[in-house]
Design a protein around this ligand. Structure first.
Ligand code: CA
Length: 236
């Protein structure tokens, strides 16, 4: 695997076959994996030996996964990636608002899961770094100077465009919900709806995307929000 990022994963999943498959794939990618098949076991393991990232299924036999997440968040800042059933947008949003870092939909693609794990780990490292310049693909941002370059060309940003870029960059590689964007930019004013956010995202895409109608930097997470990608794939 590229990047040389690995570490200890706590995998919480009650489906035996899926748990074994994922544990084997993560092990092959260089991770050390602990597994739990229930919420109580997950909390016990999380307390005994801190993991670098926790993969958490929300549908567990003994307790609601959201309750596990709430407890984990009180214990530590360990990144949590939710394993979510496809189509349950409300559940994903609730988990993100409770402090989950990301989600992966089932059936889980191993390549996608590994990319999300790297993003979650980088996000945690970022909190401990005093980075002044942010780079993702062709995009470069100086938050201190409030300046933005795309392919070395400086772009003028409105204050709201810049704030949108800031919250997306703070969560690079991870989803940002409509509510998080609204709070960051408008301070929770009730009148701001998803349409207003969509318009602002479209404005920002015009400035930072090579092809704004086919974005590769700022992706839409249907029903949830947006994600600034950490790994921009080669042009194609
Ligand atoms: Ca389950």
């Amino acid at each position: 695997m590229s990047g040389g990022v690995s570490g200890h994963i706590l995998l919480v999943e009650d489906d035996d076959a899926l748990r074994r498959t994922l544990a084997a794939a993560l092990g092959a990618a260089g991770y050390v994996v602990s597994t739990a098949g229930s919420g109580s076991e997950a909390l016990r393991l999380a307390g005994e030996e801190p993991a670098d990232v926790i993969l958490l299924d929300l549908g567990l036999p003994d307790m609601d996964g959201k309750e596990v997440l709430r407890t984990l968040r009180r214990l530590s800042e360990t990144p949590v990636i939710i394993l979510s059933a496809r189509g349950l947008e409300a559940e994903k949003i609730a988990a993100l608002d409770l402090g989950a870092d990301d989600y992966v939909e089932k059936p889980v693609g191993v390549g996608e899961l590994l990319a999300r794990l790297r993003a979650a780990q980088r996000g945690l490292e970022r909190r401990f770094n005093q980075q002044t310049t942010f780079v993702a693909g062709p995009l470069r941002v100086s938050f201190a100077e409030r300046r933005v370059w795309v392919l070395e060309e400086e772009m003028r940003m409105t204050p709201r465009e810049f704030e949108l870029l800031r919250i997306l960059a703070r969560h690079v590689g991870r989803p940002v919900t409509h509510r998080q964007i609204k709070t960051a930019i408008w301070g929770g004013e009730a009148e701001t709806d998803a349409q207003t956010i969509r318009v602002l995202v479209a404005q920002l895409r015009l400035k930072v995307e090579e092809n704004p109608s086919s974005p590769r930097l700022i992706l839409t997470e249907p029903g949830v929000g947006y994600r600034l990608v950490a790994e921009v794939s080669a042009a194609g």
